[in-house]
Design a protein around this ligand. Structure first.
Ligand code: G
Ligand code: G
Ligand code: MN
Ligand code: NA
Length: 251
């Protein structure tokens, strides 16, 4: 397929970019970090969503080079931000499963000089499907670097909760499917949100409500105890340039 061919060569082009979306603290209403989201500007097809090309990259063994490129790009970009602002990077389960993943992260931190505590890795429950001791050791190696771990798309996978006994997450990201429609009457999402927040608090983890678009949704997720908010209500993902210009002009 053409998309596969184009993806194989994409790192030799300037078609890939990392965009950044703010994650705001519910307490201070300040931007605490940005989630990095990959964007592909294809010469003929225009913008292609990562929801489309990341699975293709996984199929054709391109996810490791793509993921490593993203990590390096993101850490470089974050070095130009205020020192108290962090950055979160999505890590494919296939990339996470590589034996050298923790050492790659360490290399990038050394190469860019980014303070490790400013970097957060977002992984999904699917990393636990391969499961067990190797995964746990990987988590420990990453935590030893001083990097933070977030559990992305929480509650949407097929995983059990047993991994929460030992996995050292700093943050749980409440999937946006639990935010959609949460303000409509008779909706179960607020109850699910409260349960996730209670679970996270008991485990001393932060919670991000994702995909918050309206003021009503914002009020509801804060009332339900989410410690952080992400969504179009604050900003869509922006290029590094647009994001820095906007920050300079205030939030
Ligand atoms: O930003 P957007 O909604 O288009 O992202 C769609 C999906 O692609 C999301 O699930 C997101 O986690 C994933 N994604 C975006 N950027 C990256 C990336 O850099 N690496 C990986 N592995 N996934 C990404
Ligand atoms: O799977 P993950 O949570 O990493 O993906 C986040 C995705 O959600 C990104 O593709 C991002 O562009 C998208 N997104 C971020 N904020 C909003 C929002 O407020 N509404 C919607 N519909 N999508 C959002
Ligand atoms: Mn994410
Ligand atoms: Na998510």
């Amino acid at each position: 397929r053409q998309i596969e061919e184009d993806l194989r060569g994409v790192l030799d082009t300037a078609q890939l970019a990392m965009h950044y979306q703010p994650i705001v603290s519910a307490d201070t209403r300040q931007v605490e970090c940005f989630e990095a989201l990959m964007r592909w500007n294809h010469p003929e097809r225009g913008w292609i969503s990562p929801a489309e090309f990341i699975p293709v990259a996984e199929d054709i063994d391109m996810i490791k080079p793509l993921g490593e490129w993203a990590l390096l790009q993101v850490c470089r970009d974050a070095c130009a931000w205020p020192e108290d602002v962090g950055v979160a990077v999505n890590i494919s389960a296939l990339q996470f499963e590589c034996d050298d993943f923790p050492s790659k992260v360490e290399e990038v931190l050394i190469e860019t000089g980014l303070e490790p505590s400013r970097l957060e890795l977002e992984i999904t429950e699917s990393v636990f499907l391969g499961g067990s001791e190797r995964t746990q050791r990987k988590f420990e190696d990453i935590k030893k670097l001083g990097v933070r771990l977030a559990l992305d798309d929480f509650g949407t996978g097929y995983s059990s909760l047993s991994y929460l006994r030992t996995a050292p997450f700093d943050k749980i990201k409440i999937d946006q499917s639990f935010v959609r429609g949460c303000t409509e009457p008779g909706n179960n999402n607020p109850a699910i949100m409260s349960a996730i927040v209670n679970l996270a608090q008991a485990l001393e983890m932060q919670t991000v409500a994702e995909g918050v678009e309206s003021k009503d949704e914002l009020e509801l997720v804060i009332a339900r105890g989410a410690s952080h908010i992400q969504g179009y209500i604050f900003s869509a993902p922006l290029s590094q340039k647009d994001m820095l210009e906007r920050s300079a002009n205030g939030p």
